[in-house]
Design a protein around this ligand. Structure first.
Ligand SMILES: NC(=O)c1ccc[n+]([C@@H]2O[C@H](COP(=O)([O-])OP(=O)(O)OC[C@H]3O[C@@H](n4cnc5c(N)ncnc54)[C@H](O)[C@@H]3O)[C@@H](O)[C@H]2O)c1
Length: 447
């Protein structure tokens, strides 16, 4: 153990270490609050002044962070925020949680990570630990972060420490949150792994050290690729079941009674959010650099991307039954956020469905208690109350997101044709319900 290493370990163990969290979104803010609740002095860094102001005033803008916790840590002085990256020099730990989106070409966009690293590198001093948490391709920490951080002459694993630790948080999940999700930690070398593991063990219930940054990066991509591929499989099975007049939901419910060897995944209107639609493409991009083609990822991406078109077909079926066309029909969307009970719109399949329906002449309205205004593809919509929407008697409703506040009884009682992409209406039986798959529609009246 070097002196630098042991000094930092002492500061972490005694909670004297100053923690800097860079990027205060869905990942960074809950983490910052967790460290602050544990008694560390935490400084949040972000380029978004509105977030900095909100934090310093003790306001939480992330549903997973309670207002009470936020007020507590800001009032006690354990959490503050700034846009000034020179304050990174005072930190013992710089933890990077900035976005890692895709470019239009589906190549990784590391510009946010590089920008954050520039701030860290400019203020790096001996004895600091730098951790990258943003999801990225294997090799990013060694190939992108390390050269930037070493440029000033400090030696990694001796003068400063470098690790990758993937964030696994699932926004809106009431059971698993930052504190009780096991944390993977892969350092550049043994000293880096040791300090990073010591740090996280102060705030999460279980830390799992792995042998390298690359392994840690790959763990996260395996997890999300596993989800993307299995969702792709079940989306294909849903389309298949529809052709065969089988209720896919009933099949999954029965299959999941097997106590081993099966894990349920559910079909839906398509992938959404900042992770599952994006992360596998970080992996396939990197694999291509090594001459390897990720066929499962490409195929699952293809099937998942076809779901919005498939939903539009189901809307056409529902309208056809009342002898109507999509063109000119009023279509009301239930839920535009990418998943239940969150406000996150990133990559939401509802956006694709709305665009496809509009292109075919539909007149769109929507309800979403978490999203009051929607701007997409040159159109702007205001959310409508559910009652008002039903009073306007749309020609068809589409359940894209099954927020738990929606009044399904009122929707079914209205007898307005509804396409249910989430099985939200599983408790109801009505000829007005068109499910994503299976249970044939009543025969249309042929004239
Ligand atoms: N949201 C999730 O469910 C989730 C789960 C696991 C992992 N991740 C990964 O975590 C990372 C962050 O995701 P997120 O959902 O928190 O993103 P987010 O967009 O909610 O937050 C990112 C924050 O970083 C800030 N930022 C951008 N550039 C910056 C810079 N140079 N310096 C300081 N701040 C900067 C943004 O203003 C924003 O506040 C991504 O790599 C994502 O893939 C996200």
């Amino acid at each position: 153990m070097t002196t630098t290493n042991s000094n930092l370990l002492d500061r972490i163990r005694s909670k004297q270490a100053n923690i800097g969290i860079i990027g205060l979104g869905y990942v960074g803010l809950p983490l910052a609050v967790e460290f602050a609740l544990a008694g560390f002095n935490v400084t949040g860094f972000d380029v978004d002044v509105r977030k900095i102001d909100a934090i310093n005033q003790g306001h939480s803008y992330i549903p997973d962070v309670s207002q009470a916790d936020m007020e507590k840590v800001v009032k006690s002085g354990h959490l503050r925020a700034t846009t000034d990256s020179t304050e990174l020099a005072k930190m013992d730990v710089a933890d990077i949680c900035v976005p890692t989106p895709l470019r239009k070409t589906k190549d990784p966009d590391l510009s946010y990570v590089v920008q954050a690293l520039e701030g860290v590198a400019a203020n790096l001093r001996a004895g600091q630990l730098v951790v990258l948490e943003s999801t990225t391709y294997p090799g990013t920490t060694d190939e992108v972060a390390l050269p930037m951080l070493s440029a000033g002459g400090l030696k990694v694993d001796r003068d400063f420490f470098l690790a990758f630790s993937p964030e696994r948080v699932d926004p809106g999940n009431p059971t698993y949150q930052t504190k009780n999700i096991p944390k993977i930690v892969g350092g550049y070398g043994p000293a880096s792994t040791e300090v990073a593991a010591a740090l996280y063990s102060k705030v999460v219930s279980k830390v799992i050290p792995v042998s390298s940054t690359r392994v840690a990066e790959m763990v996260k991509l395996l997890e999300n690729t596993f989800r993307a591929v299995n969702i792709g499989l079940v989306n294909e099975i849903a389309q298949m079941c529809h052709k065969m007049d089988i209720d896919v939901w009933e099949v999954i419910d029965a299959a999941k009674t097997k106590p081993f060897g099966f894990m349920p995944f559910y079909p839906g209107p398509g992938l959404g959010g900042h992770c599952i639609p994006i992360d596998p493409f970080y992996l396939s991009w990197k694999a291509r650099q090594s001459g390897f083609e990720c066929r499962f990822i490409e195929l699952a991406g293809h099937v998942n991307a076809s779901m919005p078109d498939y939903v539009v077909e189901r809307v056409a079926d529902a309208l056809n039954n009342s002898r109507k066309a999509i063109n000119g029909s009023k279509i009301h969307i239930y839920g535009v956020a990418y998943k239940r009970d969150v406000s996150d719109m990133r990559e939401s399949p509802a956006l694709d469905i709305i665009e496809l329906l509009q292109r075919r002449g539909a007149v769109i309205s929507y309800s979403d208690p978490y999203v009051t205004t929607l701007k997409h593809a040159g159109h702007e919509f205001q959310a409508m109350g559910e009652k008002e929407a039903l009073n306007r008697r749309p020609d068809c409703a589409v359940i894209c997101t099954d927020h738990s506040t929606f009044d399904w009884q009122a929707l079914v009682s209205s007898e307005i044709p509804v396409v249910d992409t989430r099985n939200a209406l599983r408790a109801f039986s009505s000829p007005s319900i068109v499910r994503l798959s299976g249970r044939a529609l009543p025969a249309p009246v042929i004239v």
